[in-house]
Design a protein around this ligand. Sequence first.
Ligand SMILES: Cc1cc2nc3c(=O)[nH]c(=O)nc-3n(C[C@H](O)[C@H](O)[C@H](O)COP(=O)(O)OP(=O)(O)OC[C@H]3O[C@@H](n4cnc5c(N)ncnc54)[C@H](O)[C@@H]3O)c2cc1C
Length: 443
Amino acid sequence: MASNLEFVRFPAPDGVNGWWETLPPPPAVTTLSSELRYDWVVVGGGITGLCAARRLAELAPDATIALVEADRIGRTTAGRNSGFFVDLPHDISSESYSRSVEADKADVRLQRHGIDYVRAAVKQHNIDCDWRDDGKFHASVNKKGHAALAHFAEGLARIDEACEWLDEAAIAKVTGTSFYQGALFTPGCSTVQPAALMRGLAATLPENVKIFELSAVKGIEDQGPNKVLSFASGKIVAKRVMLCTNAYAATFGGHPNGLLPVYTFASMTRAMNPEEVQRLGGTQSWALIPADPMGSTVRRLINDRICVRNHFAFRPNLEVSAADLAKAKSLHQRSFDRRFPMLKDVELEYTWGGPLCLSVNNGALFGRRDDGVFEAVGCNGLGLSRGSASGKLIAEYALGQDNELIRQLLNQPHPRSLPVRPIADVAVSAAIWVKEFSAGAEL
Ligand SMILES: Cc1cc2nc3c(=O)[nH]c(=O)nc-3n(C[C@H](O)[C@H](O)[C@H](O)COP(=O)(O)OP(=O)(O)OC[C@H]3O[C@@H](n4cnc5c(N)ncnc54)[C@H](O)[C@@H]3O)c2cc1C
């Protein structure tokens, strides 16, 4: 007999998502309010759930599929990130993103699989989400950062991946700021307006997928061949369930300590006016990652806004406070002022946070959790490309397919458990603090 599941944490207000706010008004919402039957239910309308539902529908066009999302699709983490579809190694717990040759090659294979899948959907349906295959810059601000980039470049050479060095003047020509001492350009990264992408993916799902938003699953009861999903009002009786709830999975049984809900935060400026754009200089759109994974990610957007992301906070209860957001905004302001002294009058208009789902050993959950219940959970900070891949592949696996990438995901380590709380809380928060302190100049 499979076990029942109870969901105890749900998306809570965590700032104002600039990506969502700068889009046209959202489409009308359908919530679940009666008792319905489906062959499949995908829980979670982030990138993982959207790819899982799409792939299920493609492979099983006669199946009935429900995609249920606690909030609005595009307003939660998958629509709140910095929009980098990273193809290369990107271990944010390491000093320079790289791991071993074998692990790096496996990561690249998987991530490109995910990116290709989403890119194909964007192209096929003309999804308006500013999808760009323009690559990314890893920029350093001092010798320590340069050494980390050199280490990263060596790792890329070992796996035969191209990169190109830019000196101080060359990166200033791109960004308009003389803040960076140099950069490494890697061509394979794609970038998007993440909220627009999530909305677009939802709007173009095959017809056998029905979406319910503002519909949080409260629990799943195992009734032999059926699973009964309960909501605030209404139920779904389903034959099979796919859990794609990322950090929110950290709070139900089985793996209580291995999945770590760690928030990161971003701010977006108002749109610059033509005179400010000219003062800044540089190119109209670029995407930059810090040499130290704990530093600041910065993007200049096609709509003349700038988006800054930094700061991490372990929040096991999946809630951030007003003080968390105020602290994040002041760190973003500082980072913005250091980089763009010529834009003193350009305010940060929106600030928000969102939970990543990390684990100390880069482990994630993929596969069959229970009879009729599958899971693809644990983005380790790279949900756009990894989530796309694991969402697509969990659907294939659940339908009985087998391939090398499915095996790769099945064989990845499970998130390693930590000591019980509150010891784990103190240990994780202290580790984040030390890493952020060490990133210093890159913030
Ligand atoms: C500021 C910021 C910047 C980031 N930058 C990047 C980046 O540039 N590139 C990158 O790859 N990653 C980035 N990330 C991480 C990325 O956003 C995540 O890895 C990604 O969203 C994971 O996708 P997911 O679909 O697995 O999970 P989520 O996006 O978290 O989606 C899970 C969904 O499940 C829903 N849900 C939870 N519980 C329930 C329930 N009981 N019932 C129904 N629905 C439920 C949630 O509302 C949520 O929509 C960033 C994150 C943040 C916060």
